[in-house]
Design a protein around this ligand. Structure first.
Ligand code: SAM
Ligand code: SF4
Length: 340
């Protein structure tokens, strides 16, 4: 992480963005696209389908203007996500532009890993500091069944390429489901024993499109937590600006294991992030309303002041927490639509 420059400090002169519950925001999740080439069973089981009448994706310039406004409001960490963000042919250019913005101190990305083996070095070079790769299983057949692609070897190769490229954090996102053969504990332990990665289990979240699947396949995060604690793993302290995972370490393993448990009590209390969809809408919560359109204020650099004011004015609308426990996933059809 680079040190804070004079221009960063000037930007911080304004009060930082805060919501009605005293939560402060440091982390922007920027969706570059809602398109994806995979068909994960819990996300886009039928693949990406373009909805008629959908607004176009934000252009590179629009994305950069939006990020500049969030940086002015004190958000210093950006995660590029989607859909599959690396589908965009201008992905590396967007990274380069975002990395140059005053106030941006860290760029991370989340990917299904299909281009990582070839591109890891380039993406590191243009400014990505940290990469999360989605791997729900280390069983090749189960991987193909879950994602629709027989590419486990390539994706694991991508993890190793990312480690070689020198990212400062390489993490695996692994959604917890009752898919047959998915949770091969010993394989995951072996993977983590020999690699400096954090393997993070994520509780399967309900969305409007996957309600029946989620009800049938969800495994509570406590199952993993209890197992880790019984096997001598110890939880680590959470750092400022970090995501919602609780990470565990064990002296016999190079890597760590993490748990993201959105259904656990108190999960929303430390929320430090805002989201911008690839169609230009600000989402105050992953499971909130339709979102607030910002596109009309992304058309020229001269609109920055108005844009900052609109984002600030939206903050009282952020609710205390999601309502997933009541079976309410807001307006979210699937996580590819907003950027999970
Ligand atoms: N396509 C990229 C990928 O898969 O890494 C980035 C976008 S994807 C929506 C971001 C993360 O959300 C992935 O790790 C994915 O496994 C996770 N995800 C998608 N739907 C989910 C759900 N219903 N519950 C929990 N995690 C989900
Ligand atoms: Fe695509 Fe990621 Fe959704 Fe899988 S989880 S379908 S890779 S957006």
């Amino acid at each position: 992480m680079r040190s804070i420059s004079l221009s960063d400090r000037a930007i911080r002169a304004e009060p930082r963005l805060e919501d009605g519950f005293g939560r402060r925001f440091s982390y922007l999740r920027l969706s570059l696209t809602d398109r994806c080439n995979f068909r994960c069973t819990y996300c886009l089981p039928n693949g990406f389908r373009k909805q008629p009448g959908l607004a176009p994706e934000l252009s590179r310039d629009e994305l950069v203007r939006a990020t500049r406004a969030f940086a002015e409001l004190g958000l210093w960490k950006v995660r590029l996500t989607g859909g599959e963000p690396t589908i965009r042919t201008d992905f590396a250019d967007i990274v380069r532009d975002v990395a140059r913005l005053p106030g941006i101190r860290r760029i991370a990305m989340t990917t299904n890993g299909y281009r990582l083996r070839e591109q890891a070095g380039r993406w590191r070079e243009v400014g990505v500091a940290a990469v999360n790769i989605s791997i729900d299983t280390l069983d090749a057949r189960a991987f193909a069944r879950i994602t629709g692609h027989d590419r486990l070897g390539e994706v694991v190769g991508g993890v190793d390429a990312a480690l070689d490229a020198g990212f400062d954090a390489v993490k695996v996102n692994s959604v917890l489901t009752k898919e047959p053969d998915q949770q091969s504990w010993n394989r995951i332990l072996a993977f983590v024993a020999e690699r400096d990665v954090c393997w993070r289990f994520i509780e399967l979240m309900r969305t409007n499109d996957n309600a029946a699947y989620q009800a049938a396949r969800r495994i509570p995060g406590e199952t993993i937590r209890d197992r880790l604690e019984a096997e001598g793993w110890r939880s680590l302290e959470r750092l400022e600006g970090s995501g919602p995972a609780v990470d565990y370490a064990h002296p016999d393993y190079r890597g760590r294991i993490g748990l993201i448990a959105p259904y656990a009590s108190g999960f929303c209390e430390t929320c430090n992030r805002l989201r911008l969809s690839s169609r230009g809408k600000l989402h105050l919560c992953l499971f909130g309303s339709e979102g607030l359109d910002l596109r009309d204020l992304l058309q020229s650099d001269g609109q920055q002041g108005e844009l900052v004011a609109r984002i600030r004015a939206a903050m009282p609308g952020k609710t205390r927490g999601h309502r997933l426990h009541d079976g309410d996933s807001g307006a979210t059809p699937h996580l590819a639509s907003i950027g999970g």
